[in-house]
Design a protein. Structure first.
Length: 295
C-alpha cells in the first residue's frame, strides 16, 4: 500500500476543523465528498481515524497520533508554497481573519473591499464571533479586536479609525429617569451590559475631571453582542454603552440621546493581531502593508 500526500489532505483538514462541513468549505468540496474520502482512507489504512456522531467529529487515538506526526510536515509544505509568492508578480493565497460581527461591518468590510480590488487573487475568509478565541488553535492568520483584550504574545497593528464610545438611551427612558451627569450615577439606572463568553464583563471606560474610571455597572439585561445591546436600548430597556459609529443614525434621528459626553474621549481604534513567534504568510504580510498605506 502506497499512500500519497493528497490522500492525507482531507484528513488534515477534518482534523483541524473537527467538522466535515468546515473541512469541505476550506477545500472547496461537499461534506459527502469529504466523508467518502475519509472512509476510503480508513479502508486503506485498515483503522478508524475519526469518531463520528450526528453532531460531532473527533479523532480516535490512532487518528490523533497520525495527525500529530503529519501536521508539521503539512505546515512546512504550506510555508514553502507561500514563500513562492515572493517570486510572483501578483500574490495569491488565502487570508483567514477572525473578528466580532460589529467590527467586521463597521471597520473591516470597507478595507477588505479595497484590498480585494487591488489583490484579486488573494482570497479573504472572515469568520465573525463576539467571543474571544485562540486564533492559533483555530487556524486563523489574524484577528481583529480592541487592544485591551489582546494577550502579550501577540503583535498588534492599528486598523481603522479611532473609536468613540457613547452612553445612550431613548428619550422615553430619560423622560422617566433623570439622565446621569456623572458615571457613578449609572448604578442607579437600568443598564444593558455585555459579558464575554469567559464570564469577564465588558467594562465601561470613562475619563474626566476625576481621572480614568472603569465601571462594571449593574445590568438588568446581560448580552454577549453589541448589536443585540443596541436593539435592547432602542426597545426602551435601559442605558447602553455603545460605539458612536453604531448609533450615529439613531442619534441624528432623535431616537436616542447621548449623555456623559465630557467623560467619553476618543480611544485607540481596533488592532489587527497575530502570533509573535509564528511564520507570517505572504497574504497576511500583503494585507498589513495595505492597511498601513491605506490608513
Amino acid at each position: 500500500m502506497r499512500l500519497k500526500h493528497a490522500d492525507f489532505a482531507v484528513f488534515i483538514a477534518v482534523a483541524r476543523h473537527k467538522s466535515f462541513r468546515a473541512a469541505g468549505d476550506a477545500l472547496g468540496l461537499s461534506p459527502s465528498a469529504i466523508s467518502h474520502a475519509i472512509k476510503q482512507l480508513e479502508q486503506r489504512l485498515k483503522i478508524q481515524i475519526f469518531n463520528r456522531t450526528t453532531r460531532s467529529v473527533s479523532l480516535t487515538e490512532a487518528g490523533f497520533n497520525l495527525y500529530q506526526r503529519l501536521q508539521p510536515a503539512f505546515d512546512e509544505i504550506d510555508t514553502v508554497l507561500d514563500e513562492v509568492n515572493d517570486f510572483r508578480d501578483t500574490p495569491i493565497g488565502t487570508l483567514k481573519i477572525n473578528t466580532a460581527p460589529l467590527f467586521s461591518r463597521l471597520v473591516l468590510m470597507p478595507i477588505v473591499a479595497g484590498f480585494s480590488r487591488q489583490y484579486p487573487d488573494i482570497k479573504v475568509e472572515i469568520t465573525t464571533d463576539d467571543h474571544l478565541i485562540d486564533i492559533v488553535q483555530q487556524q486563523f492568520d489574524a484577528g481583529i479586536r480592541l487592544n485591551s483584550t489582546l494577550d502579550n504574545d501577540m503583535i498588534a497593528v492599528p486598523i481603522g479609525p479611532k473609536i468613540q464610545n457613547v452612553v445612550v438611551a431613548t428619550p422615553s427612558y430619560f423622560a422617566k429617569n433623570a439622565p446621569p451627569t456623572h458615571p457613578s450615577e449609572l448604578n442607579e439606572h437600568q443598564n444593558i451590559v455585555l459579558r464575554f463568553k469567559s464570564g469577564r464583563p465588558c467594562l465601561w471606560e470613562f475619563a474626566g475631571p476625576d481621572g480614568k474610571l472603569s465601571l462594571n455597572p449593574p445590568g438588568n439585561i446581560i448580552l454577549d453582542d453589541m448589536d443585540s445591546a443596541l436593539e435592547a436600548v432602542l426597545c426602551d430597556a435601559g442605558i447602553g454603552y455603545l460605539y458612536y459609529a453604531q448609533v450615529k443614525h439613531w442619534l441624528a434621528s432623535g431616537k436616542l440621546i447621548s449623555v456623559l459626553e465630557p467623560w467619553l474621549p476618543e480611544q485607540p481604534g481596533l488592532q489587527l493581531y497575530y502570533p509573535r513567534n509564528r511564520y507570517m504568510n505572504y497574504s497576511l504580510r500583503t494585507f498589513i502593508d495595505y492597511i498601513k498605506t491605506a490608513s
